[in-house]
Design a protein around this ligand. Sequence first.
Ligand code: SF4
Length: 308
Amino acid sequence: MYESDIDGTFNFSPAEMQKHSRAFLKIQDGCNNMCSYCKIPLARGPSRSRSLDDILTNIDKLQQNGYEEIILTGINLGTWRYESQGLPYLINTILKQTGNLRLRIGSIEPPYITDAFLQSIASDRVCNHFHIPLQSGSNKILQLMNRTYTTEQYQSCIDSIRRVKQDPFISSDLIIGFPGSTKKTFQETVQLVEKTRFSFIHLFSFSPRKGTKAADMDGKVPERVTRQRMKIMAELVEKQNLEYKKRYIGTTLKTIIEKTNEKMVTGRTDNYLEVLLTPDPSLVSRKTRLVTVTDMNDSRLFGKLIGQ
Ligand code: SF4
């Protein structure tokens, strides 16, 4: 995680969620890692978990409020613990106790893509969408960032997810212009992104955070160079995003209806595609419908309602 998810508190009331079309359930806060660019551990403290009972109670209330999909979120989700159990146990328990609920897993760090995790996501009730932060495609930069994996391990995580899920939406985060980055480390990152074929990447240009190790690192990258690299990477990301979307034109997907108004309805597919639909009285926010993706215009997908 770079800068997103700093907002929001641990206290969560399902009632507050009634105005939203999506139900985010924060199950974990804080982080024990010390990525050299990140101030979250300083601001949020060590990892702590919401209790299993509390999670199940909240899920029950959300279901009573009509949600058919819940998104599990946290600062470092993979560190969720209950007694000696971890996230795979939680996913299995939720699936067992919640009928048809669809579960979406928020951002998860590469070291938590374990065999047990892979088994837990194999169910088709776990959304075909995974956000695995990469941050850099260079081992030299990953080390400077104090990340806890290599590019080879990262690639192996993605491969293992692709063995248990069919063409998942894989998204990631990249920091461009980290101190010490060179033409070579950027090229390595481009190559890894090309090889991995992401569905989307959030790009951040490096900006020093007071009190972090990276703020005082040598090897600052000139802004002009960072801007050029951001542009090159943004074009590659857009190309991969369009390729992923295009593959789904003509397919029928389970879709949760999100926003509805007189002009347009938006739905979110299992594999995280936003589909625009023509308004119809039967399209009710939070409900699952079958939608065929019919067309793409200006990178936006359009669909037509098929049934329940
Ligand atoms: S894993 Fe690293 S980037 Fe993410 S919250 Fe923890 S310290 Fe920050």
